[in-house]
Design a protein around this ligand. Structure first.
Ligand code: NAD
Length: 471
């Protein structure tokens, strides 16, 4: 049985002090693919000590030194790309295309932070004062299971560029990908204690972080419910907090949109990453006048999507990540039916012939109104709700009538009109006629989708404190 490493402290992998052993189940066939011994609070306190000690010198490293470390990590991740892609498929169930894209991105964001450092001045003059940007200190980085390498890379690259030392707390449900990333970082030759990792139960590890005044920053990506708990706990020791949380993004199709482009894009926005994406466009807002035409087009395009085993087939949608995810999605499909929404596509149960893994049917509901639970709650699987609107003001009102605000999408034949609408949407990112990702532009949410922004210079500044010097 493969044993996955869960603890890296002071430049060494070591056996966890924790005694709990967890099976890691492959979503492709529900088999036990590996085991991991969970780290506990003893491991975490040890990692905090290591990061605190390393901070004494790492905070004073020059831009050139940090750039060299970032470049070395980028190079080492690329050397492990095939392993990472394989782990993302076996452990998580992502399609080959998605695995490749997301893991390549996890390498390239380290180069992005080099380009940020090239332009960034840690000292500026404001009025009569010198303003100095200093590393915030020892940082605890929490990441979710649906975007392991990417989330680690975005946080870690910014923290290191800022001169912080870190303790990674990856999701215990995606430990193989996290261990490979950690092995890549270990190979990059950073000083001991600059990057540490403890993987295990979130509540156990976070308790140790919260008890420690030495941890001065929490950067968390995950669910809104856990992010809220951590934010409240952080206040006791005044830790700085960045939260990247859940979403229920609206995708507005305007009446002048070209449906041959808008509908395939809408399905991709809803079902990307097997529907397990914080940014997924899961509420499709469509003009009443074109409802029937859009429904017809949705079925035609959904029929083209291939669900299957990403290891052996070229598929668009692989299995969900876990038994828990499978049951959750079945439950939401049931809720949608009970609420009176109508199934246009998909539904309950396994797709035919795919009972061996956590596969679900990509599902589209019509007859949805924005007060239904399937329109308000983050389902986190391939379930799309189609909501009609009668005019553009109503579309904007429906889009904004949510507790979330991570992303929004607009499809229109008139880009100017789309941009005007984007200004009225309460979301951290709005994509007009595109699904493009810009890794250097800020990413984060309004409302319950988070606090703060990541990526590029905004990401860097999330790991900096501001000091004013007056002489
Ligand atoms: P989660 O909140 O359950 O877990 C995230 C991290 O927190 C993991 O490392 C986990 O071990 C830890 N954790 C879990 N419970 C904890 C607790 N009680 N105390 C302390 N730590 C705890 O989230 P998840 O299920 O891993 O990920 C899915 C969620 O993440 C979705 O809501 C998704 O929208 C969100 N997400 C957001 C973004 C973004 O950038 N905004 C990106 C990816 C995922």
């Amino acid at each position: 049985m493969i044993q996955i490493q869960s603890v890296y402290i002071n430049g060494r992998f070591e056996q966890a002090h924790g005694t709990e052993i967890a099976d890691i189940i492959s979503p492709l066939d529900k088999s036990v693919m590996a085991q991991m011994r969970y780290a506990d609070e003893v491991d975490t306190h040890k990692a905090i000590k290591a990061a605190s000690k390393a901070l004494l010198s790492f905070r004073y490293t020059s831009k050139e030194e940090r750039k060299a470390y970032l470049k070395a990590i980028h190079d080492e991740i690329l050397k492990r790309l095939d392993d990472l892609i394989e782990a993302t498929i076996l452990e998580y169930g992502a399609s080959q295309e998605r695995s490749k894209w997301s893991n390549l991105l996890s390498a390239s964001v380290f180069l992005d932070q080099i380009s940020v450092l090239d332009k960034y001045s840690f000292e500026k003059q404001i009025n009569e004062s010198t303003v100095v940007m200093e590393p915030v200190g020892v940082s605890a980085l929490f990441t979710p299971w649906n975007s392991t390498a990417g989330s680690i890379a975005v946080k870690l690259s910014a923290a290191l560029a800022a001169g912080c030392t870190v303790i990674l707390k990856p999701s215990e449900f995606a430990p193989r990908q996290a261990a490979i990333i950690m092995e890549s970082i270990a190979a990059a030759g950073l000083p001991e204690g600059v990057v540490n990792m403890v993987n295990g139960r979130g509540e156990v590890i976070s308790k140790a972080f919260m008890e420690s005044a030495e941890v001065t920053k929490i950067s968390f990506t995950g669910s809104t419910s856990v992010g809220t708990i951590l934010a409240k706990q952080s206040f006791d020791t005044m830790k700085r907090v960045t939260l990247e949380l859940g979403g229920k993004s609206a995708n507005i199709i305007l009446d002048d949109a070209d449906l041959t482009k808008a509908i395939p894009m809408a399905l991709q926005a809803a079902f990307m990453n097997n529907g397990q994406a914080c940014i997924a466009g899961t509420r499709l807002l469509v003009p009443e006048s074109r409802l029937l035409e859009i429904q017809k087009q949705l079925v035609i395009e959904a029929d083209k999507l291939k669900v299957g085993n990403p290891l052996t087939d070229k598929v668009d949608i692989g299995p969900l990540a876990s038994e828990r995810q499978y049951s959750r999605i079945q439950e939401y499909i049931r809720i949608g039916m009970e609420e009176g929404a109508k199934l246009l596509y998909g539904g309950l149960g396994y797709p035919e012939g795919l009972e061996q893994g956590y596969y679900v049917k990509p599902t589209i509901f019509v007859g949805v109104n924005n007060q239904m639970r399937i329109a308000r709650e983050e389902i986190f699987g391939p379930v799309l709700s189609v909501i009609p609107y009668s005019n553009e003001d109503e579309a904007i009102a429906i889009a904004n009538d949510t507790e979330y605000g991570l992303m929004a999408f607009v499809s229109t034949g008139n880009e100017g009109k789309g941009i005007k609408m984007a200004h009225q949407l309460k979301a951290g990112r709005v994509l007009v006629n595109t699904l493009k990702h810009d890794p250097l532009a800020p990413f984060g949410g309004y409302k319950h989708s988070g606090i703060g922004r990541e990526n590029g210079v905004y990401g860097l500044e999330g790991f900096l404190e501001v000091k004013t010097l007056i002489k």
